[in-house]
Design a protein around this ligand. Structure first.
Ligand code: DGL
Length: 281
């Protein structure tokens, strides 16, 4: 292959994106909007969702296994479209991977620091994300003076995967989790789980207009655009989105399709192999 043909082939490779389930499709939708020429290969680890209550070691192992599946599809860049995996597995993935890897926490932290006016930011996420304090570190690295109130919301992901996006039960759960956030007088709330943008409307209804909701999807897509550089697909092509799940559970995929206006098409089934870190070399 000539060097220019090799370059062209490298640019045509897909961006690999993963989440524990459908949440990362909020990031895939933002990538489709911003980078329509790119092919995206998305894996939702539906066989093992949710990640949010699992140990750091398990989340790291799952992330390595799913990344190995994305690399087998020739991914040119890995987007960890899951806050839980971003919080707990990015350092190890960065160590192991030859292709660039990007998560959702730093882009979300940047957007939150840019949005706050009173210096008080709330963060909601899975238990593992909140316990990791990854958002606190990322926000304080940008502005050490910001006051942060964090709240784990473990019941929100199952409600979303169940499709209960407009439901009195979901409203009640939101109220119970977010009372502490409202009392802390934050003016910005980070949706620190890629599932949560699917609950943007009920969250807004409860929080009112004074609190700005920040999600990492659009900010992560902008960071991916920057990171791609010379690996970006030629602009004149039309990219496509391929979605694979590790278990057949397409019903909740339809939830995201409808809520995000995404054309997912046929969904592939891709079983997880127990691959160790060596599979990423
Ligand atoms: N969408 C994932 C996140 O951003 C998580 C949900 C889970 O698997 O618990 O953390």
């Amino acid at each position: 292959m000539t060097p220019s043909a090799a370059k062209r082939a490298a640019r045509a490779r897909p961006i690999g994106v993963f989440d524990s389930g459908i949440g990362g499709l909020t990031v895939a939708a933002a990538l489709r909007d911003l980078l329509p020429a790119e092919d995206i290969f998305y894996i939702g680890d539906t066989a093992r969702v949710p990640y949010g209550g699992k140990s750091a070691q398990t989340i790291e192992r799952y992330s390595i296994e799913i990344t190995a599946l994305l690399l087998a599809e020739q991914a040119k860049l890995i987007v960890v479209a899951c806050n839980t995996a971003s919080a707990l597995a990015i350092p190890r993935l960065e160590e192991l991977l030859k292709v660039p890897v990007i998560g959702v926490i730093v882009p979300g932290a940047r957007a939150a620091v840019a949005a706050t006016r009173n210096g008080r930011i709330g963060v909601i996420g899975t238990r593992a994300t909140i316990q990791s304090r990854a958002y606190e570190r990322a926000i304080h690295a940008l502005d050490a003076g910001v006051d942060i109130t964090s709240q784990p919301c473990p019941m929100l992901v199952p409600l979303i995967e169940e499709g209960w996006l407009e439901d009195a039960v979901t409203d009640q759960v939101i109220r119970r989790y977010l009372e502490k956030i409202v009392k802390a007088d934050v003016d910005t709330l980070v949706l620190g789980c890629t599932h949560y943008p699917l609950l943007r409307e009920p969250l807004k209804k409860f929080l009112g207009p004074k609190i700005t909701l920040v999600d990492s999807a659009a900010n992560c897509a902008a960071a991916v655009k920057k990171l791609l550089g010379p690996l970006a697909a030629p602009r004149n092509r039309v990219g496509r989105l391929r979605v694979a799940l590790t278990d057949s559970s397409s019903s909740f995929l339809r939830v995201a399709e409808e809520a995000l206006g995404l054309q997912v098409g046929d969904v592939e089934l891709i079983p997880v192999r127990n691959a160790g870190a060596a599979s990423l070399q």
